[in-house]
Design a protein around this ligand. Sequence first.
Ligand code: BTN
Length: 268
Amino acid sequence: MREAPESWGDLAGRLAHTRFGDVRHFAEIDSTNRYLLDEARAGAPEGVVAVADFQTAGRGRLGRAWVAPPGSSLLVSALLRPAVDPALVHLVTMVGGLATADAVFLGAGFSPSLKWPNDLVVGDRKLAGMLSEADLRGGDVQAVVVGIGLNVEWHELPEEIEATATACNLVAGRAVDRADLLVRLLERLDARYGHLGEPGGPEATVGEYRQRCSTLGRRVRVERPDGASEGLARDVDDLGRLVVEGDDGSTKPVAAADVVHLRPEPFT
Ligand code: BTN
């Protein structure tokens, strides 16, 4: 673990009006999510943020690794202590996805959509991924660490993801500043997370997510460790689950899976 030099200016000052004034910037760390979960278990308060220029053991969804060259990405995790029912914890990640999309619009000038559950995509190319990890004790949510990996400045995409990924600089056609994106992201997360805790907040969050979700209306393949199935993505329910209609007309809510957008079937 190496602390980063003060190259990103006065982040604490720029974020003093939010709950995210305590930003810990590392040149290198194993995983910002691992770091903040340990901090959360040791009693760190809501609002601590960890950001890294490089991760040696970045964690992705469903047990995968998240790999990004040094300086290419915004690799950031935020510690939240939401007073929510464990069933609603997915909405906290949803807020992270919406806030990241806001930040990309404000800082890079284009609007990515959300692929269920929380990837940011441009067309079908992945721009960002999100991994939330919770400290659950006795059925209560003690803490949620929302981790975001956003591709910002990639000069060359590795061959294995060339056809499926993109980055802010490639879409915007210009350099995009990581520190500026970070400040915008945390400002938007602060506002959206605050709103989630207000009356009507959960419904409004899911409503906005539905509007920005490019999975809805698509034919999808749902991949789970126990097998795959295909269907039409009909809705996202109030708990953030994807409602998929099978070919027999029955609908099923999916809580955790990988979803592949399939091309529309050709007309016969
Ligand atoms: C995905 O698989 O799509 C989710 C990737 C999440 C990666 C981010 S990078 C910052 C934070 N720290 C981690 O170890 N993972 C998340």
